[in-house]
Ligand binder design. Structure first.
Ligand SMILES: NC(=O)c1ccc[n+]([C@@H]2O[C@H](COP(=O)([O-])OP(=O)(O)OC[C@H]3O[C@@H](n4cnc5c(N)ncnc54)[C@H](OP(=O)(O)O)[C@@H]3O)[C@@H](O)[C@H]2O)c1
Length: 330
């Protein structure tokens, strides 16, 4: 059993992770920490676990094996390093960090200490992706020609962490990370960025929307778009020589959602209705498995670095547009 502690009473922790930790036999929720005593007391009572009034005191608890870090992106590295220094396995929310060199240092530290670090992309563990892979492998859409994906949503409230530069805000690290990860999942190979655009609010110094064109070493390409001043989109499509597969709820298919995958082939369109799945639960099982499995652990290290390299590359190559860009708050 993995005895887990949670740093911060984040939305994502309360909505997706804690409810699943509580029901999985692989886990026991030991403690939750908050900067705010009332919040940690409330959640500790609600979830019947211990509370800590500082992140550091949670990390230093000897009765915890793993730490879950659902903090703003700009704080991930500091607390992940501390957790690794204390010998804890670490599950870090996406994006892993805001900086490639720091991501490499953390992975190096985890490697030296033989500890798990995993970047949390739950969608990877949803059975709809397995279905799509199966359809591709069966040859139904022929040879893959290209991948396209969009993830974006309407503006958030003004105080949201995603608008704060000092907390690692920005749409690339938040929403853009998903289509980047999905491109790697489906096209494979080492990917690099051929072109990118980032639309940056100059007052906030945070990108609000953007896009990129990625290629793998075989030349296969992916077109991605993302943002948080956008009409809601959460999809990908894989266009092949004989057909096309479209997933309309690619990254946020919750446990009650009935996924539908559209397959176009030989002039016909088929909508496959798939069963519900709980990708948060599946992801947590993978994390606990990696604690026992060296190979899986190494795979996570590689995935973190590949992802961080692409995000870095988007930043370096992007045409940055600031004129007339203002975050539209909700
Ligand atoms: N994998 C997914 O599906 C998914 C979905 C949504 C978000 N995320 C990721 O999860 C992380 C948190 O996102 P969220 O939407 O859940 O955020 P959120 O509700 O704003 O929570 C962030 C938490 O960080 C803590 N915190 C520490 N220092 C802070 C500071 N200076 N300002 C604000 N909060 C601070 C706070 O906890 P205390 O006040 O209790 O200490 C706060 O509750 C981000 O990395 C995001 O990218 C992942």
């Amino acid at each position: 059993m993995v005895r887990i502690g949670i740093l911060g009473c984040a939305n994502v922790a309360q909505r997706h992770i804690i409810p699943n930790v509580l029901v999985l036999p692989e886990y026991s929720l030991t403690a939750i920490a908050s900067r705010n005593k009332a919040k940690s007391t409330h959640l500790a009572n609600l979830y019947n676990c211990r509370k800590e009034d500082s992140y550091e005191s949670l990390i230093s608890r000897p009765d915890i094996d793993a730490i879950y870090i659902p903090l703003p992106v700009g704080l991930h590295h500091f607390w992940a390093k501390k957790a690794l220094d204390f010998g804890k396995h670490v599950l870090v929310e996406k994006s892993f960090t805001h900086d490639l060199d720091i991501a490499c240092e953390l992975v190096e530290l985890a490697t030296q200490k033989n500890l798990v670090v995993m970047e949390n992309f739950m969608f990877l563990y949803h059975s709809q992706q397995i279905y799509v892979k199966g359809e591709i492998d069966s040859g139904l859409i022929g040879d893959v020609r290209c991948f396209r994906s969009s993830f974006g949503f309407p503006p958030l409230s003004r105080d949201n962490i995603r608008y704060k530069k000092e907390l690692g805000g920005g749409s690339l690290l938040d929403a853009g990370a998903y289509p980047i990860r999905a491109s790697q999942m489906f096209l494979g190979g080492s990917m690099s960025v051929s072109a990118a655009s980032l639309f940056v609010d100059p007052k906030l110094d945070v990108d609000i929307f953007g896009g990129a064109f990625l290629t793998n070493n075989a030349g296969l390409f992916s077109e991605i778009a993302f943002g948080f001043d956008n009409f809601y989109q959460c999809n990908y499509e894989i266009w092949g020589s004989l057909g096309k597969i479209t997933v309309s709820r690619a990254f946020t298919a919750g446990p009650d959602f009935l996924p539908q995958v559209t397959v176009e082939h030989q002039g016909k369109e088929h909508k496959a209705q798939l069963p519900t799945d709980n990708h948060a639960k599946n992801m947590l099982r993978e994390f606990s498995y990696a604690i026992k499995n060296q190979e899986k652990r190494i795979r996570f290290y590689e995935e973190i670095i590949d992802q961080a390299k692409i995000i870095h590359d988007v930043h370096v190559k992007a045409k940055k547009v600031t004129e007339g860009i203002h975050a539209g708050f909700n």
